[in-house]
Design a protein around this ligand. Structure first.
Ligand SMILES: [Zn+2]
Length: 193
């Protein structure tokens, strides 16, 4: 049996969404003391029946809607720092596919944490080139939170020293792939030094 918070983390949805599912009785749960507890099997069943329906049009458009929200938030944040905003929906998809829909640090397929498009050099850092394809990577929410406003090397030294070399190399290779993918795109040339 797990808590609503744990179920939310496992399903990659908010605790409120889990609570709503319990109240709607689409997710069976048991009240123990003040807390609702959920069986592992119920969580898995809920995942199968209510989440992630590959091949369905709705899941694709939901992702597109999500990506549009990401872009809107990113544009607002970037504007606050007066930096370039040059990310498109295609860039987000390229990034997601390249990293195989996994956090580049954890690389755990079973992980259902939210994935986040992360500014590799954080906005607000003098070195930050802005929201451009060569500064966006895919992290899980946990890694993104750990990284916070630190530079990649600082964060990796602190939280993932054993992975530092691999991760830095992988990101360099990724940014090279991005550059290759954008060769010939005059509009972006100025952002890709
Ligand atoms: Zn991670």
């Amino acid at each position: 049996m797990i808590t609503t918070k744990e179920a939310a983390a496992r399903l990659g949805i908010s605790t409120q969404a889990v609570q709503r599912a319990i109240f709607r009785k689409t997710l069976p749960a048991e009240k123990i003391g003040r807390d609702w507890m959920i069986k592992d099997s119920a969580v898995e069943h809920y995942r199968q029946t209510h989440l992630r329906k590959p091949g369905r049009k709705t899941s694709e458009s939901m992702r597109e809607r999500g990506n549009k929200n990401v872009l809107r938030t990113m544009a607002n944040r970037t504007a606050r720092y007066g930096l370039p905003m040059a990310i498109t929906l295609d860039d987000l998809e390229f990034c997601r596919k390249y990293w195989n829909q996994q956090c580049l640090v954890c690389r755990d397929k079973t992980l259902t944490r939210h994935l986040v498009f992360d500014h590799w050099i954080p906005l607000g850092r003098d070195e930050c080139p802005g929201s451009i394809p060569c500064n966006i990577v895919l992290l899980c929410a946990k890694c993104n939170k750990e990284k916070n406003h630190d530079l990649p090397a600082t964060w990796l030294d602190r939280n993932h020293p054993g992975e530092k070399e691999r991760v830095l190399r992988a990101v360099t290779e990724y940014f090279e792939s991005v550059r290759k993918a954008f060769i010939g795109n005059k509009e972006l040339d100025s952002y890709l030094d």
